[in-house]
Design a protein around this ligand. Sequence first.
Ligand SMILES: [Zn+2]
Length: 273
Amino acid sequence: MLSMIKKIILVFSIASSVVSCTKNAVTGRSQFKLLPESQLQSMATSQYQEFLSSSKVVASTTNRDAEMVSRVGEKIRHAVETYYASKGLSKELEGYHWEYHLVENNEANAWCMPGGKIVVYTGLLQYTQNEAALAIVMGHEVSHAIFQHGNERMSQALGAQAVDLGLQVALANKPAETRNLFLGAYGAGAQAGVLLPFSRKHELEADHWGLNWAAMAGYNPGEAIPLWERIEKAGGGQRPPEFLSTHPSEGKRIDQLNKYMPEALKYYKPNEG
Ligand SMILES: [Zn+2]
């Protein structure tokens, strides 16, 4: 009986979130999201902990790369919070408890879960090579999280099931599948064997705003171009999995970045970096 009541409450809370979710206040794009972001945040908190405890986390107190990841993360966070506050949108970041960790892993990957739970893999650093390029990648990942791309992807994958059951019920009924879907939706599913490619519009949005956040954080957004040239050169299976997904050609991605560049450069104040 109690579970029935819970189920009904969930259906209502999800139904009302469907009605209320339309346009993203920053990007202006209409979004299809069935899941309450708060549920995804609490799932992120536990999945992040689980990931860290089963990974080799590099200590930021003794390692300069890990220290850099924390520093860049803090600056990106500050840029995002300042921008959202300036637009009266701080409420959008409610429930965020940002964390940044470098983990020992040869895969060239990075991701950010809802609530600002960021991981950078050591394998990515061969591509970033400098702090500004790392900031561009982290800005990209943060954009996926704050624009709730994972919510859209999970909503699409769960479809009617999400409306009927909600995330918590899905988790209780099918813990492994739901967990893998979640990891896949945030680009952290490689180990679980689940990789939902980000859609092209998500990638463009993340590229676009990733440049802006990096610039606002005091990093030269122009570093995005040589970064992408390095990733292109790697080619085929060597490329970071999160980034090779959906763009028709990598060269086109650089064209797009060049289009976004003037806007990002307006935000770039090198002396504050
Ligand atoms: Zn991406």
